[in-house]
Design a protein around this ligand. Sequence first.
Ligand code: GAR
Length: 203
Amino acid sequence: PYRIAVFASGQGSNFQNLVDWANDGKLGAEIALLVCNKAQAPVVERARKAGIDCLLFDPKAYASRGEYETEIAAELANRGIDLIVLAGYMLLLTPVLVDLYAGRMINIHPSLLPSFPGVNAIGQAWNYGVKVTGVTVHLVDGGMDSGAVIAQQVVHIDEDDSIQSLEDKIHTAESELYPKVVSWFAKGRVHISGRKITVEHGI
Ligand code: GAR
């Protein structure tokens, strides 16, 4: 099977959604590992309940990011991981993992990139007052939310929306888009040519 590792630091709603798709046989991929930097994060309990191995590490126990990433890389190799799926992973990655998994590491971001990169993207869009925002799935490169775009889904901000209802809409859009993109990778339908990414048979 096509094997993925999910990296997450927080709530894990995207992780849970990928687990649900996998259990329904719709993902076309096996979630072989969760990698997490926060022992107390709710996503850890979700993995335990789902019977998915969890690699927990404390960044403060290492001298540099490259050091723990080297350990993670060894675990990924042992498990034959095909694709890294970042889902609310709140640490920047170094070339140790970015180069090793170039073209095979994806992230989801809660805005229409290149607008509102970085933290609190939903709040940034809300405060800016845009009428249209959304979610972006992109390849991970060395920068902050700067990799080539694979797919985006639009979310409209209506007059009766609040920041809370906007967050709900964004999370719904994420739950629709992310597992689809993972399934495209699993089927070998994603073709990368520099920043131009095409999905065979359409998105
Ligand atoms: C998601 O909204 C994801 O797009 C965002 O963190 C949230 C994680 O939620 N990621 C970023 O902001 C990355 N810059 P989750 O833990 O419930 O899946």
